[in-house]
Design a protein around this ligand. Structure first.
Ligand code: ZN
Length: 230
């Protein structure tokens, strides 16, 4: 589907998926009707997605250390995806690539924590900074859930691949991931938090396609498939 290039950082193209514009449209629409501040919502959204880009760049730069390139980073309304070309050679490399994303957010959370605790800002700025702190903490913790193909699930897959073949390890991790995906959908419907429903469907799909990609790779001895990283 159509995405627009919004920039290029450290040699990696950053794209905004077209559905993202629907989100901007929704913000304008809801601000007009609810009377909320469009500026503060846009600022919040821009911050969230800057943190997501930095998270994805964490994965990409760690992958680059191991000689693996990133084709592009695409931003969806529910999160970012770094399209990493190729597989790490060792499970430890996969663990380090998976943890590099959440590590960026933990680092940012620490910076915001130090800022809010060491300097006394005016109320509104202090409030904004503590929101940024919670956002980064939330991004790190959410991505560390053992829900393959999210980062925590990739760590599980890497650990499993010490005992199992890559395909078997992926299948087990994807099954655990589907359990979480199903739980996200049910919880999202129950709490009317529909973003979670979308994330659930996305995870379910992404898990299945990674298993299929590995099966395809095995049957074709084709090594250069792209791997999608949430
Ligand atoms: Zn990640």
């Amino acid at each position: 589907m159509k995405s627009w290039k919004i920039g290029r950082i450290v040699g990696i193209d950053i794209y905004l998926h077209f559905t993202f514009y629907l989100l901007f449209g929704f913000i304008i629409f809801s601000s007009v009707f609810s009377g909320g501040s469009m500026l503060s919502k846009t600022l919040l959204l821009t911050s969230v997605f800057s943190f997501v880009v930095l998270h994805e760049l964490g994965h990409s730069l760690m992958a680059r250390r191991f000689g693996i390139d990133t084709k592009e980073i695409v931003l969806y309304p529910i999160g970012g995806v770094a399209k990493i070309l190729g597989q790490p050679k060792k499970p430890l490399e996969e663990v380090l690539i998976a943890l590099a994303g959440p590590a960026v957010n933990i680092f940012l959370a620490l910076v915001f924590f130090l800022l809010t605790t060491s300097i006394s800002f005016p109320y509104r700025i202090a409030d904004f900074l503590s929101t940024m702190l919670s956002l980064n903490l939330g991004l790190a913790l959410f991505n560390l859930l053992p829900a393959f193909p999210m980062d925590g699930g990739r760590v599980i897959r890497a650990v499993l691949s010490y005992f199992k073949s890559p395909l078997e390890a992926t299948k087990i991790a994807a099954t655990i991931g589907k359990f979480f995906a199903g739980a996200f959908v049910l919880w999202g419907l129950y709490s009317s938090y529909y973003v979670l429903v979308f994330i659930g469907f996305f995870l379910w799909n992404a898990g299945s396609s990674e298993v299929k990609a590995l099966e395809f790779q095995r049957s074709n001895q084709w090594n250069d498939f792209s791997r999608f990283r949430e």
